[in-house]
Design a protein around this ligand. Structure first.
Ligand SMILES: CNc1ncnc2c1ncn2[C@@H]1O[C@H](/C=C/CNC(=O)c2cc(-c3ccc(F)cc3)cc(O)c2O)[C@H](F)[C@H]1O
Ligand SMILES: [Mg+2]
Length: 221
C-alpha cells in the first residue's frame, strides 16, 4: 500500500536522525521537506523565531494546537526547562501516531503529552484532566479559522493569565484574518508581528506573538 507523506517524514527521521537528539530530528525533517516533499511544518526560518520566543518565555506549561508530525513539538520541547510540560492536541489519528514516533525518536516523551482529540473538546477539560492552572505559552498551528474561537475558549476557561503568550503560525499564508483583526484590536492583548516566509519557500508569512494582559479595567466602565 502507498505510504503517506507523514509516514515518509517519519522514515526520513529514522534513517537520518540520531535517536535522542532533537536537533538532528528537526534537521532531518527540514532536509526532507526542502529537498524531497514540502510539508506544513513551521520550518527552519519561522522555527528560529519560535525558538527565540520559547527561550524568552521559558515556559513551565505549553499548549500546542495542531501537532501534525510533531516537528514544532520537538522544537519547543527541546528548549523546555526540567519539569516543564508541553500538551499538544491532534485530532487526526494517523498524524498523532506518526507524531508520537517522531517525539519518541527525539527522546522527548517525558516532556510531551500528545492528546488525540479536538481542541474544542479538550480545552475545557485541561484543568480537570491534566491539572493545568494556566498556560505560559500557546502555539497555534491548527485550522486557521479555529484560532479565534479557541483563543476565546481558552480565555473563558481561565487558561490564560496576565503575561501568557500566544504565538500563531501562518497569519499571512494561508492567513488567519479574523484572528488577526480580533487580537490586534483587543485591549486585552499586546501583539507583535514577526515577518518571515512560508516554510521552505520565498512566499511571505509570519508569526503573531500576543501577550494576554488580563481583563483590563475599561471593560467594567
Ligand atoms: C479544530 N481543532 C483541532 N483540534 C486538534 N487538531 C486539529 C484541529 N484542527 C486541525 N487539527 C490538526 O492540526 C493540523 C492542521 C494544521 C493546519 N495547518 C495548515 O493548514 C497550514 C497550511 C499551510 C499551507 C500554506 C500554503 C499552501 F499553499 C498550503 C498550505 C502552511 C502551514 O504552516 C499550515 O499550518 C493537522 F493537520 C490537523 O489534523
Ligand atoms: Mg503552520
Amino acid at each position: 500500500t502507498q505510504s503517506t507523506r507523514p509516514q515518509r517524514i517519519l522514515t526520513a527521521v529514522q534513517k537520518n536522525a540520531t535517536r535522542g537528539d532533537p536537533r538532528s530530528v528537526v534537521k532531518a525533517i527540514d532536509h526532507f521537506c526542502r529537498n524531497k516533499e514540502w510539508a506544513m511544518n513551521v520550518g527552519d526560518e519561522k522555527g528560529c523565531i519560535l525558538d527565540s520566543v520559547v527561550s524568552e518565555v521559558n515556559p513551565a506549561t505549553v499548549l500546542e494546537l495542531g501537532t501534525y508530525c510533531g516537528y514544532s513539538t520537538v522544537r519547543i520541547a527541546s528548549l523546555l526547562p526540567p519539569n516543564a510540560k508541553l500538551i499538544t492536541l491532534e485530532f487526526n489519528p494517523d498524524f498523532a501516531a506518526i507524531a508520537r514516533q517522531v517525539i519518541a525518536w527525539a527522546g522527548l516523551e517525558d516532556k510531551v503529552q500528545l492528546v488525540e482529540g479536538a481542541s474544542g473538546d479538550w480545552i475545557p477539560k485541561m484543568k480537570e484532566q491534566f491539572g493545568v492552572k494556566t498556560f505560559d505559552l500557546v502555539f497555534l498551528d491548527h485550522w486557521k479559522n479555529s484560532y479565534l474561537p479557541d483563543t476565546k475558549l481558552m480565555e473563558e476557561c481561565g487558561l490564560l493569565r496576565k503575561g501568557s503568550v500566544l504565538l500563531a503560525d501562518n497569519v499571512i499564508c494561508p492567513g488567519a484574518p479574523e484572528y488577526l483583526e480580533f487580537i490586534r484590536s483587543s485591549p486585552r492583548y499586546k501583539s507583535q508581528y514577526f515577518k518571515s516566509h512560508l516554510e521552505y519557500t520565498k512566499v511571505e508569512d509570519g508569526l503573531e506573538k500576543s501577550v494576554f494582559l488580563g481583563l483590563v479595567n475599561e471593560e467594567w466602565t
